[in-house]
Design a protein around this ligand. Structure first.
Ligand code: SF4
Ligand code: F3S
Ligand code: FES
Length: 244
């Protein structure tokens, strides 16, 4: 490193709260650490936990933007901590909050798995077919362009950023959200799923589903996999309006 180059000191303001401790209250705790080249929020949080605060809770599995478990609100934006470089914050002040909406386990750790599991059951997000499931019909050929579209929507990692960034979800707790509507769009495309659009309408054809979306676009802006959420929601809405 050039002798002239000064190492930055980063100031992290991190949400701390243990909801199981009735004597605890939510607060922001500040930690100062030296930035290293290529440092991500993931690296910084591990440094803080190793050297400064062994009690700090946060979630990581893959460290590669695949598992979705490290989503948190970083300087106001829901995103993945393992894919966010500290260098993207020139002021060197970084505030970390847990994603809202989801059950808080402690500090930055939230229970997205329970929410996603309930949502998947709610929108029946699996292939519905009368055919006997065996390896032959699972592997039935599919038009390449349809397979590409299905694959595109299947890239959702259930991180929860689209839910945390959605103003409608804040106002209407039962709103299913972009992740759920994306799943319906995915199964509506899949030729192995025998459900009709009318069947899908039964699941999302109301204000808790596709007609609740107010096109606020927070989902589109924050999805770390850049899924075409708004386009798919608009498509479903157009199709379902015709069934009304
Ligand atoms: Fe995350 Fe995008 Fe899936 Fe929403 S749609 S859960 S933002 S990957
Ligand atoms: Fe919410 Fe996305 Fe619609 S942010 S309101 S689901 S466009
Ligand atoms: Fe898996 Fe960040 S740790 S997406």
């Amino acid at each position: 490193m050039n002798n002239q180059t000064k190492t930055r000191v980063l100031k992290f303001h991190v949400f701390k709260y243990n909801p199981l401790d009735c004597n605890d209250t939510p607060k922001l705790k500040t930690y100062e650490i030296e930035e290293t080249p290529g440092m991500t929020i993931f690296v910084a949080l591990n440094f803080i936990r190793d050297r400064l605060d062994h009690t700090l809770q946060f979630d990581f599995v893959c460290r590669a933007g695949i598992c979705g478990s490290c989503a948190m609100v970083i300087n106001g934006t829901p995103t993945l901590a393992c894919r966010t470089l500290t260098s993207s914050f020139p002021a060197g002040e970084i505030t970390l909050l847990p994603l809202p909406i989801f059950e808080l386990i402690g500090d930055l750790s939230i229970n997205t798995a329970k929410w996603m599991n309930d949502m998947s059951k709610d929108v029946k997000s699996w292939i519905h077919t009368q055919e006997q499931t065996n390896i032959d019909n699972i592997e039935k050929p599919m038009e390449p362009d349809i397979a590409d579209e299905v694959f595109e929507l299947d890239r959702c990692i259930e991180c929860g950023c689209c839910i945390a960034a959605c103003g409608t979800k804040r106002m209407r707790p039962k709103f299913k959200g972009a992740v759920a509507l994306n799943k319906i769009a995915r199964y509506a495309l899949d030729p192995r799923d025998e459900r009709t659009l009318e069947d899908m309408y039964e699941i999302i054809g109301d204000d808790e589903g596709v007609f609740g979306c107010m096109s606020l676009l927070g989902c589109d802006d924050t999805c770390p996999k850049h899924l075409p959420l708004q386009i798919k929601i608009a498509y479903l809405r157009r199709k379902m309006v015709q069934l009304k």
